[in-house]
Ligand binder design. Structure first.
Ligand code: DAH
Length: 343
């Protein structure tokens, strides 16, 4: 097919018009094939350069290159225009129809509660740490001053596991799903030297019969601080700050003597605040705490003559239930969206 200067001028005008008038993807593709395709005009014009007599070749070549450049530009402009329109105006799509609703999710109320509590302790230098949910008896009991035969170790009160590891002939190692986050106290102290200031949230497991206030899996948050000169006053000040931040500045707090194997002295903390007026009960228990027992310090190789510290532990579900007036612990795990969406 022979082209000359006149036909190149004609092709430029026709091609531009074809691209400019293309309103959909199909028309644009047809125009592209005709002008810029492998067997299209531009290819033919460019391929013809070598056949043009020498004296005219310069002028022809210039025109050919200009044709290529301008039609390519016209095509790109048309592509941008048609492409932009295509997504919103494809035939057969009714733009007036309501769209598919995509729900924006949010963190579970337990996660929110943990984050809020960890954040409050973070303000006074407590760093978040975690530990394994499958534990050995040393971390769950022995190192926490809970001796063999102690009722807390009973078979019926724990989820014991018989784990064998990769060697199936080896004697099973007695393990369990941790029954308290106090295990993380031990794991933290094994890894670092004082001063220690950590806050440790996590799941714990106990084979309790499930009812409105008991579940076989729940969450606790453990706190631990160890240094050279910590005393019960420090523990009180830290917990008071937490209680005021989380439950409100009007909250009254009392320490009720208690017993925990891993702290001495030990106490339970009750609070009374405006938030609970509807319960008509003056004092509500929210956590256990105390000064870390010297036996615990010894178990991790800390010198009890040199270091002292305090620890505390609270149930996350319990705290969330109190604050948000949730009447049944089972709501947290039934995945009822009507419940979850409220928080
Ligand atoms: N581990 C205790 C429990 O599960 C809670 C607790 C009490 C943790 C006193 C502590 C503490 O660190 O000092 O009931």
């Amino acid at each position: 097919m022979g082209y000359d200067l006149a036909s190149i001028t004609g092709l430029l005008a026709e091609g531009k018009k074809a691209f400019e008038s293309a309103t959909d993807v199909d028309a644009l593709e047809a125009a592209r094939r005709e002008y810029l395709g492998g067997k299209g005009h531009v290819k033919g014009v460019l391929g013809g350069i070598k056949d043009v007599p020498k004296e005219q070749r310069g002028e022809y070549g210039k025109a050919a290159n200009l044709l290529n450049k301008q039609l390519t530009e016209a095509f790109n402009a048309a592509k941008a225009r048609v492409g932009a329109g295509a997504s919103s105006a494809k035939p057969g799509i009714d733009l007036t129809k309501p769209g598919t609703r995509r729900e924006v999710g949010h963190a579970h109320i337990i996660t929110q509660t943990i984050e809020e509590i960890v954040e409050i302790f973070g303000r006074i230098g407590f760093t978040q740490v975690e530990g394994p949910e499958v534990e050995d008896e040393f971390h769950n009991f022995d190192a926490l001053n809970i001796p063999q035969g102690h009722p807390a170790r009973e078979e019926a009160d724990n989820f014991y596991l018989q784990l064998t590891g990769p060697d199936w002939d080896a004697k099973p190692v007695p393990m369990l799903l941790r029954s308290q986050t106090s295990t993380i106290q031990i794991r933290t102290m094994e890894k670092q030297q004082p001063p220690v200031r950590v806050i440790a949230p996590g799941r714990v497991y106990r084979p309790d019969t499930v009812d409105a206030t008991h579940h076989f899996m729940f969450h606790q948050i453990e706190g631990l601080a160890i240094a050279e000169d910590l005393n019960f006053g420090d523990l009180k000040a830290v917990l008071e700050l937490f209680v005021h931040e989380y439950f409100g500045a009007d909250t009254r707090m009392r320490f009720r003597p208690h017993y925990f194997p891993f702290t001495e002295p030990s106490a339970e903390v009750d609070i009374d605040c405006q938030m609970f007026k509807h319960l008509k009960k003056p004092w509500l228990e929210i956590l256990g705490c105390g000064m870390v027992d010297p036996n615990v310090l010894q178990a991790v190789g800390y010198d009890p003559e040199k270091y002292t510290g305090f620890a505390f532990g609270m149930g996350v579900e319990r705290i969330a239930m109190l604050k948000h007036r949730i009447g049944d612990i089972r709501h947290f795990t039934t995945n009822d969206m009507r419940f979850l969406r409220q928080f």
